[in-house]
Write a protein that binds this ligand. Structure first.
Ligand SMILES: *Cc1c(COP(=O)(O)O)cnc(C)c1O
Length: 817
């Protein structure tokens, strides 16, 4: 923009006024908070755009290998403070001061931005943390996903305590962070039929004809690295009709028909499926997967060819990471593009595909292992089905030559599940088409190789590996907890921002009384802030001196919010028994969304809210116990909760949580973990030391053994009178006077024979661990010591470490710098 004032130190005010007047047509005097946000965002985005162009030029010149991270979900959180604080010139401080002179607080201005909720939970947030680390470490990387009009729903709690889902469009107001233009678009095809013919050289060529086509239109979000010249982009695809608006139909009065193709195409990117742990057997989701995969692959091949590089060099130019099986069609689509469109020989194309692709598994839950009916492929992607059959033939031949006569193994490993209606196993497709397959924590990676992929790991052990998840230090400490960030920087300088292991150097401070006091004061201020938010959201006043006990994550039976709730009820009954007892006061904070179709999860939310209502309004309880369900858990709310937590609940049934990342965020902000030996909890325990974490409950092996014995929750209940009383209280409708069945569905499930998540089986151990928590919290100095130790030990859980491992062991990429 010629003549515009760049946003640089010393010129923040001028830059702001310039955007207000020249871009928005507002004077400073007229400007609302939203206008200030708009003007600031514009100015920041121009800075990013400049760096982005420079990054592209550097990448092109250096011809470095680029990683393409394909994910159906990216849970980015807000952009303004993230971008501002990434600049290495102290700009954010001047912005904050300048806004104050104008009567605004930066945090409030930043809150004008809708969270782009383009993901459900951990998997989408991981993708966002990875993009942050890739840019910070200076790798050339592109994220590819879908530009959903409606991201994850807004969760509202109705007066009965139940979850209601409200559609939320992050695009309702102009989004300044998008670089949207019609410039990048690709044709994506569906339906039609296949025909084969011989070309001039006598080779058989396959053609896919009479298809129904849509446009995938690309929009870019710029991804800044922290104190790094690198700015990458996340390219999101939006559906558009190819056939233009049909004026004749419209004139003939057929208003719906005139726009029907437009509507069908736009439906492709209309909504995010609000679930990440069960496959949605929906045709539209199938189409979404192919839609974004096809557009992304066309995009990266177009760029590769524009660089005048031959296709056989693709593995030296591009690494594609499949974030779970949702983008598994990449394997097939790449084969289709290489063989059918670009005339590459099948065997060469297969070698390229496998060298380019790698796959991250995120779950062992059998219900989450995606399969699609063969009939759906037949109808919508007939050529791709042929390719899948060919891949399967080649693969099963390999199996047969390795294991002659083992027909059962062939059946087990086939890409096609022949039981019942024939279905394509997308996880197997991902494994077969990838040179590396990784799990996301040590335990999960081992179980993955022992269970769902055992046959494949036996055949190709060298392809299986682990990369433990991590979190972006910038968002989860620097931005979320500015008080603690400032203290760390005062003691260490700011190197920890891009090298979390540097916190180790501060370990001396664990026993330093002055440091402990300052650490504790920061925690208290964060708790005070969260207490204000709780009062604003729930109209419940909580004591910031109480123990803030936090469980925030999607609501799912395996995450066992019910274990937490049962213990809350036990505590409640204890206080009623002996109101004078000297208990550590607690504020139990729970947040998380339930998939709209997951009835048990929704019943759990309703029960939590009803128990909360009873306890919080019981005058006999006073400050001793509060239960707060905070609605609409998203990245921004998480950024408020994490820094204020004393205790982090990570209590999944062992073997079921692949990794978890909430556990890392909380520990980094000084919360102590009460947790099972599951997912990354095990590695957190190793990092902080067994004495600085509350580990309880069955191990994964004990879970398996107990289940094999035949698990009887009723017997467990009979053996623990407190637990029995709590269950009876809930079952009696005490907390849900209006509707007993609200509680009963939950107690019935908990007591059902062989209950899969074994909630009651771990109750005794959990309650005992909670007693230890109380005892320690009563010694503030000891507690703070362990809290400091937790924060300073999180070096291994930076996503910078995860990304470095992917870069070295899976992608073979080097930074551009
Ligand atoms: C980190 C995060 C998650 C994942 O939490 P887990 O405890 O690992 O399940 C989910 N949602 C949001 C908004 C997050 O920030």
């Amino acid at each position: 923009m010629v003549g515009s004032v760049p946003l640089r130190p010393g010129a923040v005010r001028q830059a702001l006024v310039d955007r207000l007047e020249r871009s928005l047509g507002k004077s400073l005097a007229q400007a609302t908070r939203r206008d200030i946000y708009d003007a600031l965002s514009l100015a920041v985005r121009e800075e990013l755009a400049e760096r982005w162009i420079a990054t592209c030029n550097r990448v092109e010149k250096a011809r470095v290998k680029r990683v393409c991270y394909l994910s159906m979900e990216f849970l980015l959180g807000r952009s303004l403070v993230n971008a501002l604080s990434s600049f290495d010139n102290g700009l954010i401080d001047e912005v904050r001061d300048t806004l104050r002179t104008l009567g605004h607080e930066l945090e409030q201005v930043a809150a004008e931005e809708e969270d782009p909720g383009l993901g459900n939970g951990g998997l989408g947030r991981l993708a966002a943390c990875f993009l942050d680390s890739l840019a910070t470490l200076g790798y050339a990387a592109t994220g590819y996903g879908i530009r959903y009009d409606y991201g994850i729903f807004t969760q509202v709690i109705d007066p009965e305590g139940a979850q209601r889902e409200v559609a939320s469009s992050w695009l309702a107001q102009h989004n300044f962070w998008e670089r949207g233009y019609g410039g990048v678009r690709y044709r994506v095809r569906f339906g039609g039929r296949c025909q084969s013919m011989r070309d001039q050289d006598g080779r058989i060529r396959h053609e896919w004809v009479e298809t129904q086509d849509v446009w995938a239109v690309g929009y870019d979000l710029l991804i800044p690295g922290n104190r790094s010249p690198t700015v990458n982009h996340l390219r999101l695809w939006s559906g558009r009709g190819i056939i233009p608006f049909r004026i004749e139909a419209f004139n003939a009065g057929n208003y719906a028909g005139a726009v029907s193709e437009q509507i069908d195409a736009k439906n492709l990117s209309r909504v995010l499926y609000p679930d990440d742990s069960t496959p949605q057997g929906k045709e539209l989701r199938f189409k979404q997967q192919y839609f974004f995969v096809s557009a992304s692959l066309q995009d990266l091949l177009t760029q590769h060819l524009a660089d005048r590089r031959p296709l056989k060099e693709l593995p030296h130019a591009i690494a594609i990471q499949l974030n779970d099986t949702h983008p598994a069609m990449t394997i097939v689509e790449l084969m289709h593009l290489l063989v059918d469109i670009h005339g590459v020989e099948w065997a060469d194309a297969w070698q390229i595909t496998r060298e380019v692709c790698s796959y991250t598994n995120h779950t062992l839950l059998p219900e989450a292992l995606e399969t699609w009916p063969v009939s759906l492929f037949e109808r919508l992607l007939p050529r791709h089905l042929q390719i899948i059959y060919q891949i399967n033939r080649d693969f099963l031949e390999e199996v047969s030559s390795r294991y002659p006569q083992d027909l059962e193994r062939r059946r087990r490993m086939s890409l096609i599940n022949e039981d019942g209606d024939r279905r394509v196993r997308m996880a197997y497709l991902s494994v077969i088409g990838s040179h590396r397959i990784n799990g996301v924590a040590k335990l999960h990676s081992r179980l993955m190789q022992e269970t769902i992929f055992a046959d494949f790991a036996q055949m190709w052990p060298e392809r299986f590996t682990n990369v433990t998840n991590g979190i972006a230090v910038r968002r989860w400490l620097k931005q979320a907890n500015p008080g603690l960030a400032a203290l760390l920087t005062e003691k260490l300088g700011s190197a920890w921002e891009n090298d979390l292991e540097d916190l180790e150097r501060l370990k001396w401070a664990v026993d330093d009384v002055e440091f402990q006091q300052r650490f504790r004061a920061i925690k208290l201020a964060n708790k005070q802030r969260l207490a204000d938010t709780i009062e604003r959201l729930l109209d419940v006043r909580v004591n910031p001196e109480a123990l803030f006990d936090v469980q925030v994550k999607r609501i799912h039976e395996y995450k066992r919010q019910l274990l937490n709730l049962l213990y809350v009820v036990v505590r409640y009954l204890r206080i009623l028994d002996d109101p004078a007892a000297n208990l550590v006061p607690r504020v139990v904070i729970i947040a998380g969304k339930a998939a709209p179709g997951y009835h048990m999860a929704k019943s759990i939310i309703k029960l939590i809210n009803n128990v909360a209502h009873t306890i919080n309004n019981d005058a006999r309880i006073a400050d001793k116990l509060k239960l707060c369900f905070l609605p609409d858990y998203d990245v921004s709310l998480a950024q408020e909760i994490m820094p204020a937590a004393d205790l982090s609940q990570q209590i999944s049934t062992a073997g079921m949580e692949a990794s978890g990342t909430g556990n890392m965020k909380l520990s980094l902000n000084g919360a102590l973990t009460i947790g099972t030996l599951d997912g990354a909890n095990i590695e957190i325990c190793e990092a902080v030391g067994r004495d600085n974490i509350f580990i309880f409950g069955m191990t994964e092996q004990e879970v398996v053994a107990r289940r094999a014995q035949g698990y009887s929750p009723v017997r467990v209940m009979q053996a623990n009178s407190e637990l029995k009383r709590a269950l009876e209280k809930i079952d009696s409708g005490y907390f849900t006077p209006g509707n007993i069945s609200d509680s009963r569905v939950v107690t019935d499930r908990l007591l059902s024979d062989g209950e899969h998540f074994m909630v009651l089986a771990d109750f005794d151990a959990y309650a005992a661990a909670q007693e230890e928590v109380d005892a320690l919290f009563a010694q503030p100095q000891e507690w703070t010591r362990k809290s400091v130790l937790n924060a300073l030990s999180m070096g291994p859980f930076s996503s910078d470490r995860s990304i470095t491992e992917y870069a070295n062991n899976i992608w073979s990429i080097k930074p551009v710098l």
